[in-house]
Structure formats: C-alpha cells, structure tokens
Design a protein around this ligand. Structure first.
Ligand code: V55
Ligand code: FE
Length: 490
C-alpha cells in the first residue's frame, strides 16, 4: 500500500495504528476494584487507508473502537473498526474514496450521495446498544461486547434529522438519551433538531429549530427542563468547500450566543430564547448545566480565541497558542429577565483544562464535582508533541464547585492523558464517590496504561494500571457502562 503523508497529524506520536485485535486478561499493576464490572468504550480516528489529500485532518480518520471489558477483577481488551458505510466501500476498494473532512466535493464519484460518517468521536451504551457517533451523520449501532457493526439507525424511520451529535447525554432522571443534530436537513444548513430516545430505542419527540449561523455544534448543555446550545464562530460555507479550504474557519467578527430550548413534545423554534455573550470567545465541550430558579448555568472550558489550529482564522490571523488555552467558565442566563444578553460569565479556574466530565448521575442537575484534563506547562516534558491540537494534557484535575478546592494527579514527564471517565463506587454512592478511568499514553516507552484513580483522591495516584503492550492512538471520547446496562443487550 501507499504510505501515509509525512504530516504532523500522521507521523510520530500521531502515526496511524489501524490495529484490530483482542488481548485476554491484560496485565495489571495494583488491584482492580471488585465493584468495577462493565465496559469502558473509547474511540479514536485511525484512517483505514492513506487519505486522498496530503493535508488530511486528524478528525477525518475512521472510527476505531477500544473496549475494556471489566469482570471479576480482570480486564479484556478488544479493538475494532466501526464499519461505517464509508469504511465498507473503501475496504472493498482497498483505498480511500472519500476526500477531505466534511467536504463531499472532494469525494470519488463512485461514493457521491453516500453517508460520509466515520463514527470517530464518541461511543456510549444506551438500551444495551453501543451508539457510535460522528456529528455529520446518523448514529451507527454496534454490539457493545463483540463490537460488531449493525449499521446506521433511523430509529424506526422516525427521526428527521440527518445528523446525530457526538455529545448525546443520558438524562439521569428519565433515562432518555438526549441529543441534537445540526445541519440536520443538509450540509451547511442552519437547521437543527433536538430529540430524545427512550431506552427501548423509541424516538419520543423531535424539535426542529434554527441557529443564528452555521457553526460546529460539537456539544450542548442539558438541564432538567432545557437544552442549551452554544453558538461559537467555527463556521463554514460553500465557498470554503469549493476553494478546498478546511471545512471550519474561525470568524472573530461573529457574536457568540447561548440558546435555551424547552425540552418536550410540542415545542417549536418560537420557544427558543437566545442570549448574546459579552464578547466573542471559543468554547467546545460542556462540563454540565443546571437550573437555579429562573437562572440557567452552563459550565464550559472557554478560550479567548480559537483552540483548533487546523480550523484557522478566516481573516488570516495567525494561530495564537496562548489565547487558544481553555479555562473552565460558568455562563449564566436568566429566563426570568427580558434581557437578550448573558446574566454573567465567571472564570472558575486558572488551570488550562479541557475534556470535562462529571458524575453522570448528576447530568443536568445542580452538581458539586467535575473532572477534566489539565495542561500544566510548568512540569517537565520529555516529549515534543502532544495531541493533534498541540495541547499536552499531563494532569487529571478535580474541581469541587462547593468549596472551590482543586486537586490533581500528574502523569509524569513522559506521558499525556486522554479524556477521563467517572464510575460511581456503587449505584447509590454519594456524588463523586468512585473512580476515574483514563488512558495514559507514554510517548517515550510507547505503551498506553488505563489508570484507575480514586476520584476524590487523585493526588494519591493510580490504584491500578491496566498495562497494554502497545500505545493507543490519541482519541476523543468514551464512556462506562455498568454490567446492569449491558444485560439489556441480550
Ligand atoms: C470535534 C471532533 C470531531 C469533529 C468535530 O473535538 C469536532 C471536536 C473527531 O471529530 O468532527
Ligand atoms: Fe467532543
């Protein structure tokens, strides 16, 4: 086969791995807590074939699913490609047929009109099925244990949205899977959908709405009664795609908005309230959101400017690696006022942080504990390059919103960390009482460890390390599913 391009996104620590396989009973250092029975799924982009274009985006790779199956103090590892329609047709052809990230104008004629999804951004178990998500496409359904691909779902032909966001959330109160689709009627459109799916896989309702301008709606906030959409100017248009520019470009002249849409059947676009931010900033992931009387709080790592060097400024401003640094902020809007602007923005930390997580039993609820990856530039680093974004996330941080206390664990001078995931100690343990799971990639020895930390005692370091004999590729998101959630699969 031809080789991969000699670009930063494809070489060195970001070299594609493309490895499917199984390791039974992975080596463990320390002891795996006996309560951990279930699955930890993660996904990373890992192109099956060299891309059609030298300057291919890291985000364009085919989704590779990693599964850590916990049972009786042992862990089995399994890794398989998400067999998207794209993966299958390219597998048969023996080469890439789809072109640039979110640009169908660059595809081979033979695949025109096909679903372009890569299922490379998030994986989550709902109703016993594994949902593999990419925000430009429908949801791919996989078997959570075998990782066999079932195919795209249209939820019994009911869902109107052509897209399924990558940051769907399970509402702990209703058990529904709540998600958005953007560009839901076609590429680059400002049409969106908010919908909820029950554990049996039934679409309960779908609300169609419009956003002020097309942008990357990578995540959103969920509260008990509202879905909150942040509009940040990573935007695009057909001229960009015709010119072969990266799909997204950052436009600092556009305002930032937060929209609040009531959740439930019968809601329409007219029910949306839009609030304007005090200035244009960058924000992508959402730690959590919750209600406080008529106020809605929305916690997000916010940067002064664009955090994605590969989706550059549309006016040609050079990438500013310092302004790109995100810090956890709390945005507040007040539904009880007639104001069309934010009621407040509060900076919650001096830590450079991203990939925020919570105890998911508190999604949409007032909450106390949050965790995130932290980049601590003061610590020694024996490696030169980190993630595709350039960030070198070397700590896992814990935020106690009740006390303001922060504590963390540093992964050492050789390693960067992938997104953490919280697992409660028992189903009814108090908030935050449990474990943090995270992949730690040693960029010197070239091994990945899945570490298990006590979630409220991070500084004590891992209670166990599940030691892979390989290093996994830098990835995006993943989730824990307790054994009881897997039983539904049968
Ligand atoms: C993100 C990741 C994506 C994508 C859009 O982190 C946004 C954000 C892995 O793919 O397509
Ligand atoms: Fe994400």
């Amino acid at each position: 086969m031809a080789h991969f391009p000699e670009t930063p996104g494809m070489t060195g620590v970001l070299r594609p791995l493309r490895l499917e396989g199984d390791i039974l009973d992975v080596e463990v250092e320390g002891e795996i807590p006996s309560q951990l029975n279930g699955t930890f799924h993660r996904v990373h982009p890992d192109a099956q074939f060299p891309p059609r274009f030298e300057d291919d985006q890291f985000f364009n790779g085919d989704g590779m699913i990693s599964l850590f199956r916990f049972r009786g103090g042992k862990v089995d590892f399994r890794q398989r490609y998400a067999q998207t329609d794209k993966w299958k047709v390219e597998h048969t052809a023996g080469k890439a047929l789809f072109g640039a990230y979110r640009n169908p104008l660059t595809d081979d004629e033979s695949v025109q009109g096909m679903i372009r999804g890569t299922a490379n951004t998030n994986v989550m178990v709902h109703g016993g099925k594994l949902y593999a998500m990419k925000e430009d496409s429908p949801c791919l359904i996989m078997d959570p244990l075998t990782l066999e691909t079932k195919g795209y779902s249209d939820f019994g032909g009911k869902i109107k949205s052509q897209t399924f966001g990558a940051h769907g959330k399970i509402d702990p109160v209703t058990g529904n899977f709540c998600n958005l689709g953007y560009a839901s009627t076609g590429l680059l459109t400002t049409d969106c959908s908010y919908f909820e799916i029950d554990p049996a896989g039934n679409l309960l309702f779908e609300t169609e709405f419009q956003v002020p301008y097309y942008c990357m709606m990578h995540d959103y906030g969920l509260t008990e009664n509202y879905a909150l959409f942040h509009i940040v100017p990573s935007t695009s248009n057909w001229d960009r795609l015709k010119a072969g520019l990266p799909h997204f470009g950052f436009d600092t002249t556009l305002p930032v908005w937060l929209g609040a849409l009531p959740r439930g059947p019968g809601v329409t676009n007219k029910d949306m309230r839009w609030f304007k931010a005090p200035k244009t900033i960058f924000a992508s992931h959402v730690m959590n959101a919750f209600e406080d009387g008529s106020k809605l709080h929305f916690d997000t790592p916010q940067a002064e400017n664009n955090s994605f060097p590969f989706f550059p400024d549309i006016h040609g401003a050079p990438f500013d690696a310092v302004a790109a640094r995100p810090y956890l902020h709390r945005w507040t809007v007040d539904l009880g006022s007639n104001s069309e602007t934010f009621a407040g923005v509060e900076k919650l930390t001096d830590w450079i942080d991203e990939f925020p997580r919570v105890d998911e039993r508190y999604v949409g609820q007032p909450y106390r504990h949050g965790w995130a990856l932290v980049m601590d530039p003061e610590m020694p680093m024996d490696f030169l390059r980190g993630r595709a974004s350039g960030f070198k996330m070397n700590r896992i941080g814990h935020f106690d919103h009740a006390t303001g206390k922060q504590d963390s664990w540093w992964a050492g001078s050789e390693a960067i960390i992938q997104e953490p995931c919280f697992v409660p100690r028992t189903p009814d343990a108090p908030e935050g009482d449990g474990y943090i799971l995270a992949l730690v990639d040693n960029l010197i020895t070239n091994y990945s460890d899945l570490v298990i930390l006590d979630a409220l005692r991070l500084e004590e370091g891992p209670v166990a390390r599940i030691k892979l004999p390989i290093r996994l590729r830098s990835g995006l998101h993943g989730n824990w599913a307790d054994e009881s959630k897997l039983a539904l699969a049968a």
